[in-house]
Unconditional design. Structure first.
Length: 182
């Protein structure tokens, strides 16, 4: 059993797992996650002991997912641009900037300020710590004294709320819907 043949056998599985994880967390590209997984796959191959009567594919699957999750956890930092991309997936911040649409950026900034004030305290704290201060989920959990799962759920809920408010206000054009006069 050669390393190249094993990598080739598992390549489709690696890509499927990477695609699934990148869909769940848009801050990570499937290619980056797959690259981490392939490095882990080679490492797993070197450590694999066939005398233990374990199938290599089963042995490596856990290591592959673990490597991808580790990469996601370690990079942890998410910039404000990624927050914008999460809220407006069809209009990345880079396009707004390259189009030099100052009015749109000002409107979005105002919307974000108002919408953040409508979130609950923990949602507001999680969004600020994750996106504006660039802390990892683990660091936010430690700082707030809650579990990592709670931070993840709260972040997801806050983004859903912000996205909903953004759509309700016609992409920030109609802020009075949120009870604020423009």
């Amino acid at each position: 059993m050669g390393i190249a043949s094993e990598v080739m056998k598992l390549a489709p599985k690696v890509r499927r797992i990477a695609m699934a994880l990148s869909r769940k967390n848009s801050a990570f590209s499937a290619d980056d996650l797959a690259q981490e997984a392939f490095v882990a796959l080679i490492s797993a191959f070197k450590r694999f002991d066939p005398s233990r009567q374990v199938n290599f594919q089963s042995y490596s699957a856990t290591r592959l997912r673990g490597a991808m999750f580790d990469a996601m956890r370690q990079s942890g930092c998410r910039e404000s641009e990624e927050l914008v991309d999460d809220l407006i997936p069809d209009m990345p911040f880079k396009e707004m900037r390259s189009a030099e649409s100052r009015e749109m950026i000002i409107r979005f900034s105002r919307f974000l300020h108002i919408a953040m004030s409508k979130l609950g305290k923990i949602e507001k704290d999680v969004v600020r710590l994750r996106y504006m201060q660039g802390l990892s989920v683990r660091d936010v959990a430690r700082l707030l004294g809650v579990s990592i799962a709670t931070v993840s759920r709260t972040e997801r809920r806050a983004l859903e709320n912000l996205r909903s408010m953004f759509e309700t206000t016609n992409f920030g054009r109609n802020l009075d819907v949120l009870g604020v006069r423009p």
